[in-house]
Ligand binder design. Sequence first.
Ligand code: C5P
Length: 228
Amino acid sequence: MKTPIFLALDVDSNKQAVELAKKTAEYVGGFKIGPRLSMKYGEKPVSQLADLAPVFVDNKYYDIPSTMEASVRASFDAGASFCTIHAQSGPEALRRMAAVEAELNDVRPFKILCVTILTSFDQGSLPVTQKTNPIPEQVMALIEQCRSCGLNSFVCSAEEVENIKKRFPDTYLVTPGIRLPEDAADDQKRVMGPKMAIDLGADALVVGRPITKAENPALAAKKFFESL
Ligand code: C5P
């Protein structure tokens, strides 16, 4: 990646996504899209954006192992360089994902990122089955299980990066919930500035609304880039 910033293209039209991507391409290293675009346009946004920078398909797969495998392969075939699954998928699915990741990397670089606990959760807003264990413990346990199954790339909150890197320095960590001091937190509960997140050990950042909703998205992307 040219810069460690993934721009989250959480918009409703492909035209808007490609326009935003072109405006910001100088300052971002990759583009992240989710079901909001892929449900509407299929492979098109992935292949169009992949001409500009690596594409991260963030559909957060969490299903039976065979469905997860097929979904990951479909993301790869569409042109993605990164895709997400839930770290809570269980050892059978995780082992299968690790085998698929290794196989696909023989074709071109491709990472399956395991989403730990969403950055929109804090301890109080977690689902009932997850409420009792502290978030940092849950994140660490999920990372240990994913690693023991052969996966080593994760999406986590910037608040967890330091501890994870201390314990597992070879992990690849992507952190959303990134904001400059002047930005609104929106629905993110665990946020941090870009420089601090990188200094603590994040390998890449995800930034969405502070850039996509800015009056001048190119200028906003430049600010994030320069803050690093
Ligand atoms: O607009 P904002 O910068 O909050 O966007 C963050 C992006 O990262 C969204 O697309 C969201 O789906 C994604 N994400 C997240 N927290 C995670 C995993 C992904 O916010 N744990």
